[in-house]
Design a protein around this ligand. Structure first.
Ligand SMILES: NC(=O)C1=CN([C@@H]2O[C@H](COP(=O)(O)OP(=O)(O)OC[C@H]3O[C@@H](n4cnc5c(N)ncnc54)[C@H](O)[C@@H]3O)[C@@H](O)[C@H]2O)C=CC1
Ligand SMILES: O=C(O)C(=O)Cc1ccc(O)cc1
Length: 297
């Protein structure tokens, strides 16, 4: 009989714990999986066992059974320290992967701590999540019908890419591949900038003296736009500090367009407002259709 695939998840928050729940529920095709987990916060790994996220909690990373796959699910700036913690393990792994929202920094940190990029290393990023964090928010269906981006490196072993692809596909994700650089540019525009705008708008309004009234009467638009401002501050602090160039580039383009709208309002230029809003509506309608089609497949 084939031995179970032993998977160690480090960082048992929303993403790490959701991955554990999902892969325990699905298994890997005809192979069983055994899920181990570690978190630096005391008690979280035991809580994860109680919630059905893990088969076994690991308190000491220096004392492990055989591990085949490691999934790093900690904030981006914590990756380097975790690599130090698991250094002795890396040579015998089939896959070392991560779920960080920024890829360039993760690759830089792994190279800095190990001096090389090992063949088992395949960076990844699930395009699924929520504003909640922590083990209690974990959901087995979080990645179902969502994209998972892999950014394989020239050093990545094809067998490692194949195995991590199969694992994400087993839990319902659509796996796509792109370069590290392209990933960081695309995500700066589609995820990082919107989160920055939501944090900024909610902070601006929250500091107004009549903020209670503002929040009390806020309609659906504010609710939609502001949901992601409830996301974890540490995670987003790490993302903006480590995807600096791509974020600044799209932020500056956005600022120029916002200034143009400011001037149009000031000067009563209704044509310009109409043109911009019509173009944006048509783009958003197209996006809504794309989303609906993806859900149908
Ligand atoms: N929240 C989201 O919607 C998404 C998050 N991501 C990425 O996934 C990663 C994890 O995010 P979440 O699960 O949302 O965060 P989370 O805050 O829910 O969980 C992170 C966990 O990592 C643990 N941790 C931190 N430093 C550690 C260390 N040195 N050693 C061991 N454990 C450590 C924390 O105690 C916490 O339990 C981040 O890199 C984030 O960028 C990716 C896609 C979506
Ligand atoms: O809550 C939401 O809508 C998100 O956008 C979640 C999210 C946050 C960070 C990521 O890197 C990917 C997805």
């Amino acid at each position: 009989m084939t031995e179970p695939l032993n998977i160690l998840i480090i960082g048992l928050g929303l993403i790490g714990a959701s991955f554990g729940k999902a892969i325990r529920a699905q298994g890997l095709n005809d192979r069983s999986v055994f899920v181990l987990g570690h978190d630096r916060s005391l008690g979280v790994a035991d809580q994860a066992v109680a919630l059905g996220v893990l088969d076994q909690a690991v308190t000491d990373l220096a004392d492990l059974p055989r591990v085949d796959v490691v999934v790093l699910a900690v904030p981006v700036m914590a990756i380097g320290d975790v690599i130090d913690d698991i250094k002795p393990l890396i040579g015998s792994l089939q896959v070392l992967t991560d779920v960080g929202s920024v890829k360039g920094e993760v690759v830089r940190a792994v190279r800095a701590r190990l001096g090389i990029l090992p063949g088992c290393f395949v960076p990844g990023h699930p395009i699924a999540g929520a504003e909640q964090s922590g083990v209690a928010a974990a959901r087995a269906d979080l990645f179902d019908r969502h994209m998972h981006i892999l950014t394989p490196l020239p050093e990545s072993d094809p067998a490692a890419v194949q195995l991590i692809t199969q694992l994400w596909q087993a839990i319902g994700a659509d796996v796509v591949e792109m370069s590290v650089e392209r990933h960081d540019e695309v995500l700066a525009a589609t995820s990082h900038l919107p989160h920055l705008l939501a944090f900024s708008l909610v902070d601006t309004l929250a500091r107004e003296s009549d903020n209670r009234e503002i929040f009390k009467y806020a309609a659906g638009g504010f609710r939609d736009f502001s949901r992601i401002a409830a996301s974890d501050p540490t995670m987003w602090h790490d993302i903006f500090l480590t995807n600096k160039d791509a974020t600044l580039s799209v932020l500056r383009r956005f600022q120029a367009d916002l200034t143009m709208l400011e001037q149009a309002i000031e000067q009563g230029d209704g044509d310009l407002l109409h043109t911009v809003f019509t173009r944006a509506k048509s783009a958003r309608d197209h996006f809504t259709q794309m989303l609906a089609e993806r859900q149908k497949d």
